[in-house]
Design a protein around this ligand. Sequence first.
Ligand code: ZN
Length: 441
Amino acid sequence: MAHKNIVLHADWIVPIVPANVCLQDHTLVIRENIIDDILPTSQWNPKNYEDQIEEIQLKDKILIPGLINSHTHAAMSLFANYADDVSLKDWLFDYIWPIENRLLSSNFVRDGTELAVAEMLLTGTTCFNDMYFFGEETARACIDAGIRSTIGMTIIDFSSNYGSSAEEYLRKGQIIHDKFKNHPLITTAFAPHAIYSVSESMLSKIAILAEELDVQIHMHINESNPEISKSLEETGNTPLQRLDRLNILTERLMAVHMVETREEDLEVLDSKGVNVVHCPTSNLKLGCGIMPLHKFKERGINICIGTDGSASNNSLNILSEVKLASLLAKGITKNGSILNAFEALEMATINAAKALGLSNQIGSLEKKKYADIVAISVNGIGSSPLFSPENQLVSKGGQNKVTDVWVNGKRLVKNCELVTLDIQSILNKAKLWESIVKETQ
Ligand SMILES: [Zn+2]
């Protein structure tokens, strides 16, 4: 059978693995959906390939692995800019949960996910870790668009239009897991919302089921100070002490936020191999604080990065988060060398792949990994002169110009245009939801 090869000739490739490497004038060969080779362009010879070849010249462009957003609520893109200038508790209890109670539906999730996926693809994200309701709709929207995702089996004690009890959410999550477990673009993870919104008995059940199904756990933890004081007041233990007792603290866990972190927390997270997910914009916007990235780094704890949902960001541009995380770490420690550009990019690539249990498949440009690849242009005002491509990626943050994106070998963004999604139809639906939200208020 003839195989299709796509051959990308790039000025620079930042493969992430091996670490601290920027390759100049290299060629990457995609065979079907797999990275088949990376070699100096001077050594490239089309005669070595018998099958069909499509050659693409990527002049003045940097190739990087597809970026991974380690924490979001994709469908909440329809609430971007809905509740600004309020703190976490008011944001959640007075704005987000009430409007969700009124509007949540499979159509809402489908339309919101498409809007989010369009933004993520155009800004270089090829995989995201999601926590929301109607996960089957999220999965189907991702499959239709061609993006990779980990769908949360979301569990919360409160009823919603999606379910009436934590048990019902669990059942629905397991159905999603069974339905998509063999799909090449979809994985699942348990996503209990938080320690204050999911019972201890359910959390300990999740710990057991995660082992049985061999899936990760994705949870908001230590997002703000009141979460810890409430837990201490009600139980005499911190959230992490309770989660440890419930066997949630393992290498499977992606602990999202971790703004409030004590020395003893770092010790237990380190010893249990827990992954942390830094969401700097969301934490700043909701007045929660700043995760002490340097303390996790000192211990060698695996740090990933997420945008959180659009309602608390209000963007899904992961390179913006990488830039902000890098600057915050330097400012807080008064040490400009605390995190170099490669380490900053690792948070949105290989570290995230490790946390999702996918490090043998994605997260770096290496032979035999899936061809999830992003091309970024460094041609133009603001990009010249160019001494360090990797630093340019981090310091330009959200202003980087993503020109092309491949996921699983398929080109989903071509010359800055979406290939699989109809942008006008997505925008029309977003406008429609905007008017529905305004009428519902
Ligand atoms: Zn969140």
